[in-house]
Design a protein around this ligand. Structure first.
Ligand code: FAD
Ligand code: SIN
Length: 524
């Protein structure tokens, strides 16, 4: 199927437009940090398709990994990240992100992020795969909320930044392998307009909504990766999708994430027979790396014919849970779960897109004037797996570098005339129905465990749905999001089918071994 360059027809001479120096798409940690840096020298326009706070960042719980308290342990953070990456990380990127992270995380503190303390020292938590306690958290399990609030406050207090919320980026405008800005749809005025930009930074976050079970909010539909793909930007490692082992499995709770830090504080996992099963799978038990833990839970669910396993906090004082995990305590209360007497039903959920748009340390892509930062990027920092609390760190550092580099390189630019006509096909589809079918398909066939038969079936279905959905021209975000999700789902599935080995979070039941000839990135 030919890939359409744009999702809608347009003619830039007929659409209202304005110009900016640096256009930033996304208001999570990566976009906000990029905006603050770029605004030091230039006029910035920041867009988000929802409210400013509705981001993956806002929901982050566990924290941000940075050894700001003990410089002697920084090298161990670097080693842990490298060891967890299954030979697919770039050691130089790891070193630079972790080292620069120390300064940038301290700067967050100076801007007002109050990381929790024990006495005068930071109360560092430990998560799976980290050899030492190095996770800074805020408000117990409300780290993301505090980061997001502080960054928004800082952005609002910074001159040079114009914000448009509820403004959906349909596509970037590119001509002759150069990015010139974006075609956007303002949901408040229901109107299309063009933003011409000398530099554009995509920071649109993850794609958890591709899966039926996910910890991600509704905004995480992978738009940025699909937008980049339509313009021939190089993508990398899309088969690597991380699943979080413990999301609350209660109808109506929207797969609320239960932080790894809860297990770090002593929470244990039991099956329906109240058996602590993790020792059967890994010596670190509940603190084993996430991919191992997630697959162990899945296996135990199969062995015990249950829809979930159980997190046991009954041995932990309720005062400790209320203080350290106030959001979890409130949630359990809302669903009538008394953690001192009852078990919490949990199961894995899609959590983090490790692959994405290929960038260098400065956020540069293979298209001129286009930068990318945050979860939609693939900087080779995480490799084939991701350590808990390393993504906020990577997003803040690459966001900083992308903002700084893009603004440094701002030059006058000639505005092109662009037009695009889609061959309009009449027809109507039930968007919710296809979206739900796609999410179910991805969960069962392209989830925690994959095999050739399942992946081929998924490809065939995605291609069939795409054959009539991608040719339609929609006029609102729900349709464009579905088109982006179909595009990205195909790319993830195709990459998973191609990698005939098991590595990191990519687990093939038909190819369970890691093989040296696959010690390479998959590139699209
Ligand atoms: P986001 O924060 O997701 O922001 C994306 C932005 O792009 C949003 O403003 C969105 O509206 C906008 N956008 C998307 N598409 C469009 C479009 N088409 N047009 C306009 N705007 C668009 N990581 C950690 O390191 N530590 C943790 O403790 C942690 N906990 C987590 C808990 C949960 C429940 C979840 C879901 C994730 C967690 N993560 C954690 C992962 C981490 O939160 C994310 O990887 C990180 O916040 C991503 O930041 P970002 O800036 O790249 O994207
Ligand atoms: C968690 O709190 O377990 C999530 C941390 C992360 O995804 O990095």
């Amino acid at each position: 199927m030919k890939r359409p360059e744009y999702l809608v027809s347009f003619d830039t001479s007929k659409v209202p437009s304005f110009t900016t120096d640096v256009l930033i798409i996304g208001s999570g940690i990566a976009g906000l940090r990029a905006a603050i840096e770029a605004a030091k020298h230039h006029k910035i326009t920041l867009l988000t398709k929802d409210g400013l706070s509705e981001t993956n960042t806002y929901y982050a719980q566990g924290g941000i990994a940075s050894q700001i308290d003990k410089p002697s342990l920084v090298s161990s953070h670097i080693a842990d990240t490298l060891n967890n990456a299954h030979q697919l990380a770039n050691p130089s990127v790891i070193k630079q992100v972790i080292n620069k992270g120390i300064t940038l995380v301290k700067e967050l503190v100076s801007w007002g992020v109050e990381f929790d303390k024990k006495g005068k020292r930071f109360d560092m938590a430990r998560e799976g795969g980290h050899s030492f306690s190095r996770i800074l958290h805020s408000g117990g399990d409300a780290t993301g909320r505090h980061l997001q609030k502080t960054l928004i406050r800082k952005v609002r207090a910074t001159n040079n930044i114009t914000i448009f919320d509820y403004t959906f980026v349909i596509d970037i405008l590119a001509y002759s392998r150069t990015c010139h800005g974006a075609l956007v749809y303002n949901q408040k005025s229901a109107a299309l307009f063009v933003i011409w930009a000398k530099k554009t930074i995509i920071a649109t976050g993850g794609a958890g909504q591709l899966y039926r079970e996910t910890t991600n909010p509704q905004i995480a539909t992978g738009d940025g990766v699909s937008i980049a793909y339509r313009k021939g930007v190089t993508l990398q490692d899309l088969e690597f999708v991380q699943f979080h082992p413990t999301a609350l499995y209660v109808a109506g709770a929207a797969r609320y994430l239960i932080s790894e830090a809860v297990r770090g504080e002593g929470g244990i996992l039991l099956d329906r027979y109240q058996r602590r099963f993790m020792a059967d799978y890994h010596p670190l038990k509940e603190l084993a790396p996430r991919d191992i833990l997630s697959r162990a839970i899945l296996n135990q669910m199969k062995l015990t014919r249950d829809t979930n396993v159980y997190l046991d906090l009954r041995h932990l004082p309720s005062s400790k849970i209320r203080k350290r995990f106030p959001s979890l305590a409130k949630l359990c209360k809302n669903f009538g779960i008394d953690t001192t007497r009852e078990l919490i039903p949990v199961r894995p959920s899609a959590h983090y897109l490790i692959g994405g748009i290929k960038i260098d340390l400065f956020g540069r892509t293979n298209i001129k004037n286009l930068f990318v930062a945050g979860e939609c990027a693939s900087s080779s920092f995480h490799g084939a797996n991701r350590l808990g609390s390393n993504s906020l760190l990577e997003a803040v550092v690459i966001g900083y570098f992308a903002g700084k580099t893009a603004s440094r390189e701002v030059r006058p630019q000639k505005i092109p005339y662009l037009t695009y006509v889609r061959r309009y096909v009449h027809g109507k589809v039930n968007l919710t129905d296809i979206t739900n079918s796609l999410r179910s398909l991805m969960w069962y066939n392209v989830g925690l465990e994959r095999n050739e038969t399942g992946l081929k079936q998924a490809l065939a279905k995605i291609d069939y749905w795409s054959s009539y959905c991608l040719s339609l021209e929609f006029s609102s975000p729900q349709g464009w999001e579905l088109q982006n999700m179909l595009t990205l789902a195909r790319l993830i599935t195709q990459s998973a089918l191609k990698r005939i080995e098991t590595r990191g979070v990519h687990y093939r039941t038909d190819f369970p071994l890691t093989v040296p000839e696959w010690e390479k990135h998959s590139v699209i």
